[in-house]
Ligand binder design. Sequence first.
Ligand code: HEM
Length: 401
Amino acid sequence: MSVTVHDLDLPEVDVVDLDRQRALGALQEVQRQHWLARTPMGYAVTRHEDATAILRERRFHSGLSMLGELSGLPESDFLSRRRESILAMEGEPHSRLRRLVASAFTPRAADRLRPFIREVINGLVDDVAPRGRCDVVSDICEPYPIPIICELLGAPKEDWKLFSRWATDIFRIFNNDLAHDLPMIEAASAELDSYVAAMIEQRRTSPADDLLSALIAAEEAGDRLTSDELVMMAEAVLMAGTDTTRNQLACSVALLVERPDQWRLLSERPELAPRAVEETMRYLGAVRGTLRFASEDIEYRGVVFPKGTLVSVALAAANRDPGVFADPDRLDITRESKAPQMTFGSGVHYCLGASLARAELQEALPVLASRLPDARFDGAVEWKPDTFGIWGPSRLPVAFG
Ligand code: HEM
């Protein structure tokens, strides 16, 4: 006999006004009590197994398509276009798109960018190394992903600044103040659209060795991406691939600088970089959760989630699940774990850029650890507001050498 989720006696959790540490504590508390918790908006899953299962259940759809409704804003072009984004698409149209673009996002495709990625990180460190101190956020993390995404797409160096501004404005969508930010977001998005549309026209006649050309050429059983889809993919890559990487790098550096033994270990054993990336993403992910809603009545673990039910997938809590990660509140870059950390999500929307993000972090962390020896905090670390969807330090002053 199944019951509906609304009739269950569940622990309750409300993290809205809590800072990150307390929010995580509250989620860990309900994680101990039950696999499911009630929230003011709906429900939350906090354990690794259930977070994975909900994300793999295709009938739970991305909450991104509900951003407009949740913010109480009237319909706009921009919000309806968000719905067509790969991040918010579902079912066969989403699978078709993933099939078409998959070959451009393999680990091998990301590995081809590694020499360029190393150049970028070393160039940024060259600028700060002689000073003996820097703000890791503004000097390293903020500029880091833009040249890489531009190189990936095939945009020339003189346009990096444009991309940086568009990325900053478009990311305002995650800052929970759409009523105020929407005009800026729409303007940046329109400029980016026309820039990319022009680039596509140019690549159609003279292909180059870049992502846009690869996506133009991508074909499966006679099917190809339309020009609108190509523009959307370029925008999705910029949106999903820039601020995430910046914030994750800053989170990872903050954790390692706070633990000098781990910083030193990474500088002595750079081969630990892949594990250091997974472990720091597990311990402190720049994306702490994601939202799903039931597109129809769905039964899971004998519980019916009626159509429309909202479920928060607490990635940060799943990453500290003691049933999966031994001693989960300890950071250890030598940790070997069979279960994946959850900060890239799971299921059909699993981060398309995970290989590239891994390459960026795996290249940056050992370079920083070896070239900024004995790094230590040089003033208070400041953090972005806890309401931010993509989150990390806003200021990370370190001295070194
Ligand atoms: C450390 C950096 C990154 C983190 C933490 C991250 C995290 C995520 C997460 C959690 C999702 C799934 C969201 C959901 O299920 O609701 C996602 C999706 C996505 N990511 Fe990333 N990401 C990162 C870097 C990147 C990069 C570098 C790119 C592009 C080159 C990228 C492109 C995408 C795209 C296109 C999607 C949508 C996939 C789909 O809906 O099918 N991400 N990312």
